[in-house]
Write a protein of this length. Structure first.
Length: 208
């Protein structure tokens, strides 16, 4: 069926072997009563330059968000490693828990780093100002025994709350995250929430 549009020009992508190779104007042939190629879009170089810049900016924004999450996981690793080393021998259950949390965040940071590399950017290697809450625990010189267990677990829970907020910020940002990237962030957030709840349950079992 012929198009009911008035004769003129249409802008259509030009395909070769199912790949877009350019953009062409098509004109309506009155005699043949059909559309046919007319000429290539004169601003094609500018179009592709704009598109390339757009993709680069989106990749940079994605990398920035992912690097924030990498840094919070790096902070989490360092905090729990330090806590594990300074935990008293009689608190072996806490040491095992801290080691588990550190291993978890190493894995998450590595997963996120792969996406940053795919975007053409460099993964973060440091920590954040926000992440200092993880390292501050050990500056109090607590012994991690007896009544101190409840206090340190409460501090851990506070740190886990901060991690949850960081992931929520990433998911609610205006960045055009790829579906697979968003899926990984959501899965990590869910798992970190489970870790948070594990710490909270353990804290609640401690004597006042």
């Amino acid at each position: 069926m012929l198009s009911k549009k008035k004769p003129g020009f249409q802008l259509k992508p030009h395909y070769i072997s199912k790949k877009i190779t350019g953009i062409v104007f098509t004109k309506f042939n009155k005699q043949e009563k059909r559309w046919e190629p007319a000429f290539f879009f004169s601003c094609l170089p500018r179009f592709f330059k704009y598109y390339k810049n757009y993709i680069m900016k989106q990749n940079e924004k994605t990398a920035e968000i992912l690097n924030d999450l990498i840094e919070i996981n790096n902070d989490r690793v360092r905090g729990y490693e330090k806590a594990s080393k300074e935990t008293e021998s009689q608190d072996a259950d806490l040491r095992a828990l801290f080691d588990e949390m550190a291993t978890e965040s190493r894995r998450y940071a590595n997963e996120l780093s792969q996406f940053v590399l795919q975007s053409g950017n460099d993964p973060a290697e440091g920590t954040t100002q926000r992440g200092k809450i993880y390292r501050v625990w050990m500056d109090v010189k607590a012994t991690f025994s007896g009544h101190d267990r409840k206090a340190i677990l409460a501090s851990c829970e506070y740190g886990e709350d901060a991690a949850q907020r960081a992931y929520e910020d990433a998911l609610s940002s205006d960045a055009d995250l790829a579906p697979e990237v968003r899926q990984v962030i959501m899965e990590q957030k869910t798992n970190l929430r489970q870790s948070h709840d594990k710490i909270k349950r353990l804290r609640d079992t401690q004597p006042a």
